[in-house]
Design a binder for this molecule. Sequence first.
Ligand code: IMP
Ligand code: MG
Length: 185
Amino acid sequence: MEKCQVKALPGDGRLVSVFGPEEIAACVRGMAAKIDACYGEEPLVAVCVLKGACIFFSDLVRCLQNRNLELEFIRIASYGAATVSSGEVLFSKDVEIDIRDKHVLLVEDIVDSGRSMRFVLDNFAARGPRSLRVAALVNKTGRREREVTVDFTGFSLDSGFLVGYGLDYAERYRALPGICELVPE
Ligand code: IMP
Ligand code: MG
């Protein structure tokens, strides 16, 4: 296990490097190529799920060749300061456009239990989009409780609590350039 260059704050555990910046960049480029192959120049609304997907989203959309791309943002929260889902999902910011008859791509950091994505998918599906797909940087499959099809996956993992590259633990570590596992001491 490679040590992360940054140390966790006292009490947070230990940071262990999982995916480095270059590996992430290559992965994001690969995902963008698949998304471009799927939509071509069809008008597409890419929806960033704040806050976790902010850095992934910024990198991903800049790799897309599609010039017919609209960027939107939503904010949901299913996690408090803990590393396990509270089970509650909150929709605190919505898109600012009507998505009826539009191709919509939800861009999420991690699909874990699937509760958050299921909530957004059901909510968005009811608005009649032309298509609705999910791009997730990390597909964590070990704790899935709701069925969610991740159409574009970056990395697949069984478990582990990850931070960095947008992912947080109690709002900390989002700005780390790579992805680390936060291992409890
Ligand atoms: P789910 O509802 O259990 O699928 O959780 C989804 C959300 O929880 C993700 O969008 C993340 O923001 C957060 N989350 C899940 N796993 C992790 C993790 O390992 N690190 C940081 N955030 C996580
Ligand atoms: Mg998230």
